[in-house]
Design a protein around this ligand. Structure first.
Ligand code: NDP
Length: 448
């Protein structure tokens, strides 16, 4: 959908010029601009106050050297990032991604998305994101520890419980958060809730591990229900086999679906009997091995090299939970042809703009990442509350709050879409609802 508003066209041109070489960031900004056009038409005050002009520029971008020593005694050097994107409604909050594909453009796109996502949760959290091009795969625990300690030795001076609270993301799980927290505490001599996703023995929250995958299913369930459908009896394909994919598989199964496929960056497994999740947890969470190991113990299951083919498996509901731009127009068209009626995003920006156009052209239900996967950061917000109170809530309490938050997020997206005459377009609804709160806060705080 091409923009018509001249101010927005000009501003998008400026964004493209200023951020040349960062296609993911430009993609994320373009999508949000297209959704916000009717809002900007209605609210000249946002233009007068330069709200959008300020929103497309992160408040602060930190890039630093991360030197560490590998098990052979050799020096390795990675690049670390923290983008403190927007603090209008609360301290910066967002995960740390450790993956070789990380560069500034990825961290900026994730930070930008995080601003709207965090706003949708209704909790007081601004948006940020960080990471490094370090690859934890194939590294020993000690190497990962030395990397994490070096990363935090620079990062600690930029973060704090009331300033910027990082969390996990691709490649950063409980092990990495533990090493980073230990180093933060050692340097600052303070035990504070500076990171979320912590272990349960040192301030973590029950249900945080499950939160993004569970939250994705709670959101999707609301969207299905509002459209006369349900998980019950459906066939589901989920990409990835990391934190989000595993707990999405668990909740979708509990809600009556049969999940038949999972993947990693090498390939995908298909099990017509339904995925045996205990086996996947053993392979991925305990042994840290590849998903193809699954077929060794499941003779009816097959493994196929290459991850794109997972979208050729016939399903009712697709939950992409691996990485950005993993579903292109071709894969989206195959999903539609095979009768898939719902795509809901656990990963951040997993659908290309052309894939999203295919969903809409085929009247598929589309749950956009910034709403559908907000359960992770929402529960991180709940971890921050527990840390401040010096209390721990039960699993049921946290899960109950998560369910309520996801229900409200769906309602906010639905209501905003309806208000702007875009009923059923939850992408526009999420962008508009997420934006309005941040925009009002930015306006109220003046030109900062
Ligand atoms: P994990 O590192 O636990 O798992 C990532 C999974 O995706 C792995 O199976 C990985 O395979 C696969 N993957 C990663 N990169 C690629 C790639 N380039 N191509 C194909 N597959 C890939 O990460 P999470 O589960 O935490 O995160 C998954 C997605 O969910 C990300 O987009 C993340 O930003 C998003 N997200 C995560 C949240 C959280 O709470 N963890 C919160 C909100 C969003 P392999 O092992 O081969 O690399």
């Amino acid at each position: 959908m091409a923009l018509k508003n001249q101010y927005m066209i000009d501003l998008l041109e400026t964004v493209k010029r200023r951020n040349a070489g960062e296609p993911e960031f430009i993609q994320a900004v373009t999508e949000v601009f297209e959704s916000l056009e009717p809002v900007i038409e209605k609210r000249p005050d946002f233009v007068a106050e330069g709200v959008l002009d300020r929103l497309v520029e992160p408040e602060r971008q930190i890039i630093f050297r991360v030197p560490w020593v590998d098990d052979n005694g050799n020096t390795q050097v990675n690049r670390g990032f923290r983008v403190q994107y927007n603090s209008a409604i609360g301290p910066y909050k967002g995960g740390i991604r450790l993956h070789p594909s990380v560069y500034l453009g990825i961290i900026k796109f994730l930070g930008f998305e995080q601003v709207f996502k965090n706003s949708l949760t209704t909790l007081p959290m601004g948006g940020g994101k960080g990471g490094s091009d370090f690859d934890p795969k194939g590294k020993s625990d000690k190497e990962v520890m030395r990397f994490c300690q070096s990363f935090m030795t620079e990062l600690y001076r930029h973060i704090g419980a009331d300033c910027d609270v990082p969390a996990g993301d691709i490649g950063t799980g409980a092990r990495e958060i533990g090493y980073m927290f230990g180093q933060y505490k050692r340097i600052t001599n303070e035990f504070t809730g500076v990171l979320t996703g912590k272990g349960l023995t040192y301030g973590g929250s029950l249900a945080r591990k499950e939160a993004t995958g569970f939250g994705l299913c709670y959101f999707t369930n609301e969207m299905l229900k509002a459209n006369g459908k349900s998980f019950e009896g459906s066939t589901v394909v989920i990409s990835g086999s990391g934190n989000v994919a595993i707990y999405a598989t668990q909740k979708a199964t509990e809600l009556g679906a049969k999940v038949v496929a999972l993947s990693d960056s090498n390939g995908y497994i298909y099990d017509p009997n339904g995925i045996d999740l205990d086996c996947v947890k053993q392979i991925k969470e305990v042994e840290r091995k590849r998903i193809k190991e699954y077929v060794n113990t499941h003779p009816d299951a097959t493994y196929t090299e290459g991850c794109k083919g997972i979208w050729t498996i016939k399903c009712d509901i697709a939950l992409p939970c691996a990485t950005q731009n993993e579903i292109d127009a071709e894969s989206a068209a195959i999903l539609a042809k095979n009768g898939c009626y719902c795509v809901s995003e656990g990963a951040n920006m997993p659908s290309t703009p052309d894939a999203i156009a295919v969903y809409f052209a085929n009247n598929m239900l589309y749950g956009p990442a910034k709403a559908a996967n907000a359960g992770g950061v929402a529960t991180s917000g709940l971890e921050m509350s527990q840390n401040s109170e010096r209390l721990s809530w039960t699993f049921e309490e946290v899960d109950g709050k998560l369910k309520g938050i996801m229900k409200n997020i769906f309602k906010a997206c639905d209501d905003a879409a309806k208000e702007y005459g875009l009923e059923g377009n939850y992408m526009a609804g999420a962008n508009i609802a997420g934006f309005l709160k941040v925009a009002e806060a930015m306006k109220a705080q003046g030109c900062v």
